[in-house]
Write a protein of this length. Structure first.
Length: 262
């Protein structure tokens, strides 16, 4: 592989991956990375060979979510090896290549394109059933470049929260996918209702159903709701994949249902 061009390497590597799922959001902070990580793990728990690729230039959060901060991928003569975590899932993040987590925010376009191509072309995933790709937020140059670099994605999962301002961003993401001929697999409404830890009643902190209504209006599937769960924050901050350690929660069940419908 050493003598192949970047584009040839990228094609070779991507051919060994059966399904590529993009995880998008119209804006930051809606839980896109959390959803990407937990969907990837839910697939791995089903016995799939899964890779998770984090190309969010705005402070890649996958290393933190999986407690892999400061790790560097092993480099072989053929490329970089992703880091394998418990359960066998393979992980690669832009964050592994940066000195500081927010270094890439100031990169200019060509440098970002180079980094994306390198992440897609140089990483030795081996044979995978699924590659879940945590995208940069929004619909600007960065997600556009990533989308154009990944050949033949199966489709995109669009993450939103239930409030109106967030769901308006969903329609931008759906339009973005349509313009690039990327199928929209569906919308996930995250932080949808808070399960009270005392009485187990659901409190609709940000209302509910906004994501579903928007999915209907945009004529794309609605994949389901993930409740706001304080355990998700704690697990994320501690770098313990939520779904591994809290399999009996409503949120974990919601992630499993979404994976089944992909
Ligand atoms: P994004 O990738 O969209 O910027 P993150 O996945 O980094 O968002 O999530 C932002 C914050 O929200 C994190 O602290 C994460 O733990 C928290 N979070 C995400 N989803 C949930 C949820 N369903 N319940 C509780 N906290 C959540």
């Amino acid at each position: 592989m050493a003598n192949l061009s970047e584009d040839e390497k990228l094609k070779r590597n991507m051919e060994r991956i059966a399904h590529k799922i993009l995880v998008l959001s119209g804006k930051g902070g809606v839980g896109k990375s959390t959803v990407a990580v937990n969907l990837a793990i839910a697939l791995a728990l089903e016995g799939m060979r899964v890779g998770l690729l984090d190309v969010d230039f705005h402070g890649p959060s996958v290393p933190t979510l999986l407690h892999l901060e400061g790790r560097r991928p092993e480099v072989t003569e053929n490329g970089m090896l992703p880091i394998t975590i418990e359960g066998g899932m393979k992980v690669m993040s832009l964050g592994f290549l940066l000195q500081r987590p927010d270094d890439a925010v100031i990169w200019r376009g060509p440098l970002k394109i180079g980094a994306i191509k390198q992440l897609l072309g140089d990483v030795e995933w081996g044979d995978l059933d699924y590659l879940v790709i945590d995208f940069p937020p929004g619909t600007g140059d960065e997600p556009l470049t990533v989308a154009q670099t990944i050949p033949e994605a199966d489709g995109a999962v669009v993450v939103t929260t239930p409030q109106d301002v967030s769901t308006i961003d969903v329609s931008k993401s759906v339009t973005f996918c349509r313009q690039l001929n990327i199928p929209v697999l569906g919308v996930v409404e995250n932080m949808s209702g808070l399960v009270c830890p005392h009485c187990s009643k659901v409190i609709d902190l940000f209302k509910q159903g906004g994501g579903e209504a928007m999915a209907k209006r945009m004529d794309v599937p609605f994949l389901g709701r993930i409740p706001l769960d304080p355990e998700i924050v704690e697990a994320s901050d501690a770098g313990r994949p939520f779904i591994y350690h809290h399999q009996n929660t409503e949120a974990a069940a919601a992630f499993r249902r979404i994976v089944e419908s992909l």
